[in-house]
Design a binder for this molecule. Sequence first.
Ligand code: SF4
Ligand code: SF4
Ligand code: FES
Length: 478
Amino acid sequence: MPEFFINGHPVKAEKDQTVLQAALANGFFIPNFCWHPALSVAGNCRICVVEVVGDGGGWLDIACNMPVSEGMQVLTESEKVRARRKATMQFITLNHPVDCGICDKSGECTLQDYHFQYNGAPSTSTDPKVRSTKFHPLSERIVLDNERCILCSRCVRFTREISKTNALGIKQRGDTSLVRTTEDGALDADPYSDNVIDICPVGALLGRSFLHKARVWYLESTASVCPGCERGCTVKIWHRKPEWHLKSLDARQNTSIARVTPLENPAVNGPWICNKGRDLARIFERPRAEAAMLRGSFVALADAIDAAKRLVAHAKRPVALVSSWGSNEELAAFKRFLGARFSVFVKQDCVPEPGECVQDDLLIRPDKNPNGAAARALFGDASAVFDDATDLLLIWGEGFDFARIPARARTIFLNAYLQPENGYADVFLPISIQTERSGHYTNFEGTVSAFKACFPKKSSVADAEALFAALAPAVAHA
Ligand code: SF4
Ligand code: SF4
Ligand code: FES
């Protein structure tokens, strides 16, 4: 474990750490554009320059590619360093359009931050800026603004080293250099492509789904878990801050997902998520079921719960199919309050969609449900058994074919979304979705991750956990 000195302070580095890694790990800031902790070192932006004190006045070198050596002395904010960083910033912004006012990255752009910190001066160049391609479609999901690109190559290295599609490269030389895709559509086929939007240090790579949708300072994020597969990647769900809620414009935006980004988690997904995780709005913002029903007729939620209680109380051979999208807390509540009353089987709510990547070596798992592991740990993994003697079927969640319901069986159906089956159930109970409640999922490796509520649920909709407790007296009287 070599010891060296940053700005005169002794610092212990891990074996093989670079000066940049050791500095960041010990609370010393060194700016960086092209370096990324999960990618190889490219060393092309030169902003991470530091001064190494030595004979003859020392020298300047980039910290991201400099291994720590015993006793070395490094200065991160000397006059020489600041002057070099200023020159580097002037070079990087030489042809940059500085169109921050219309750029989605504004507010979270390192180019803005470093310009403010290290340069802060207008361009000294009297030559016109080199114009380049704006809003170039890289894929169906991503557009590229080449004028904003600083050619750090993070996006290129991501597709080479992480997603391994080799979908991106840099072509041509000098001020005509351009990031471009391969012509075989590899970026469209890359299920992890949108990670390049996050790691682009400037506003060059833009997601079409978020393009000009919101300024980031109007948004806040809530920690959540992607339910798209049994990996259970941790994510940030971004939505409008309460103080920026819209009143007269489109108020639906107040309870809409603006975007989803990874919540870095070394135990589950590292710094990445797949594109399905970015598209959680497609899952959660489907038309919702918001009213309880008795055989297709709307009733108050309390009346539907009473009817469900009666069915549970009088059934002789009740079977329950529990949801593998239920949280740990909801599954435990089901077991506690209703588990002894029913023959319980775990239901797969979702299966891979046509064209969806089923499995790979990075994150994506074949089971497209977030909590199957926890459900099977509580209720076993036997296939569902029900027959003509089954007189009550409680179906919790999506994915069950109603044509399989035995002729004599009455049905209680718990579902969050508007679907034709809702009206066929004897009792239909609308339930909340993940973004309206807090809880935990246990992924296929046994790692438990928490999600929190982003939006309030409607009063006509039940929380499954409370619902199972409300049905408990039916067990007592059964
Ligand atoms: S598009 Fe972004 S990540 Fe890619 S090289 Fe340009 S600045 Fe870097
Ligand atoms: S790998 Fe699975 S859990 Fe992770 S973001 Fe993709 S779908 Fe969601
Ligand atoms: S971060 Fe070191 S050269 Fe770019």
